[in-house]
Design a protein around this ligand. Structure first.
Ligand SMILES: *Cc1c(COP(=O)(O)O)cnc(C)c1O
Length: 366
């Protein structure tokens, strides 16, 4: 037996250490995990209640068309229900896109560093991956355009970009879309859409009318606080969705996820509240960075990438031993940085004071 060649060059996704494992290893009582951009304010109560109402119907398969949540999302976005595809997390929509458009002989273009799943799934399909380095943390759209050729099938724009937090504005995106050949699918991953406050952030749903080669990805895992349930979606033209639907598994969205997501859509107040608190949290980190002369990218997401001018793994370890789990930049393409998920005000204060101690210890040594 020989596994496909492509798989030999990939590693399985390595989740961070679990909270329980860290507690045990370092003898800590309280652990704060700010590593995966989950919502520190939890989940809408409405979504939780919706799950209770499902427990008596676990025996039957879920609705394979996700009808209820589909109606809610379509209405909220002002699109037709046929313009949406649901996935087991937007990760699965990424997989469906790769299965649908990529194969040996094709290539795909993305930024680097960016969200790792574009590359991962493209490689499994045997496609060539062309990665164009970020410039000042931002997508180099001109560079990406220059990498497109006749064999390019998919281009990825992560907006805002994970892990840098930067965004492509409306004018930049539109001029990019105007130049991209129509045989290329442009995927705009808006996993952090709900957190964005920049006024010139593109309203991509409106762009769908003019650009048929566009798909927008969103998720319930981040601001909606439903990461455990795995539900996300893609929005495109009805025709495009119809073409990729056969690559979707029949019951890919479980019943609890559908019920919770539908109810969560009805609680936009919760989302707005989280957005406001996230913005305040970002300001706490900006103030910390300016005070200590640390460079960072202004973020439109619920995370911040901060450069500490020393190995990210070291900073990661310092925080870990003191009860904070973050992501080391070593694993994200920014070896001297760490990525921190914005927490509650109190969590942010805790992490900032721990980092301040770290910086001060260092000063004493020097
Ligand atoms: C978290 C994340 C996703 C995946 O979200 P799921 O819906 O949980 O699969 C997709 N894209 C980006 C950029 C992310 O950060």
């Amino acid at each position: 037996m020989k596994v496909k060649n492509q798989l030999l060059q990939l590693k399985p996704y390595l989740p961070g250490k679990s909270v329980d494992a860290v507690k045990k290893e370092y003898g800590l009582e309280k652990i704060t995990k700010l590593a995966s951009n989950e919502n520190p304010f939890g989940t809408s109560e409405k979504a939780k209640m919706a799950i209770f109402n499902c427990v008596d119907s676990l025996v039957s398969y879920p609705d394979g068309y996700s009808t209820n949540v589909r109606e809610k999302v379509a209405k909220h976005l002002g699109v037709d229900e046929s313009q949406i595809i649901f996935g087991n997390g937007s990760d699965e929509v990424i997989q469906i896109i790769c299965r649908s458009y990529l194969s040996a002989g094709k290539n795909t273009v993305s930024a680097w560093p960016t969200f790792s799943q574009y590359r991962h799934n493209a490689i499994i399909e045997g496609a060539e991956v062309r990665e164009v380095p970020l410039q000042n943390g931002k997508h180099d759209l001109e560079g990406m355009l220059a990498s497109v050729d006749n064999d390019t099938s998919v281009v990825w724009v992560c907006n805002p970009n994970n892990p840098s937090g930067t965004y492509v504005n409306n004018q930049e995106l539109v001029s990019f879309l105007d130049k991209i050949p129509s045989h290329v699918l442009v995927v705009i991953d808006e996993a952090y859409f709900e957190y964005v406050t920049a006024e010139d952030y593109p309203e991509t749903i409106k762009l769908l009318k003019n650009y048929r080669n566009l798909i927008i990805l969103r998720t319930f895992s981040k601001a909606y606080g439903l990461a455990a349930l795995r539900i996300g979606y893609g929005v495109a033209s009805s025709q495009l969705i119809k073409e990729i639907e056969p690559a979707r598994e029949p019951f890919n969205n479980n019943k609890l996820a559908q019920a919770a997501a539908a109810a969560a859509m009805e609680d936009q107040e919760f989302i707005l509240d989280c957005k406001r608190k996230n913005k305040e949290g970002l300001e706490q980190y900006y103030a910390f960075c300016s005070k200590h002369n640390l460079s960072y990218y202004k973020s439109e997401g619920n995370f911040i990438l901060i450069d500490f001018n020393r190995q990210g793994d070291e900073v990661f370890q310092y925080l870990l031993e003191r009860g904070y789990i973050v992501r080391s930049g070593n694993a994200l393409g920014f070896p001297t940085a760490i990525r921190i998920t914005i927490g509650t005000q109190e969590q942010n204060e805790g992490i900032i004071s721990t980092l301040t101690e770290m910086l001060e210890e260092n000063n004493v040594v020097c």
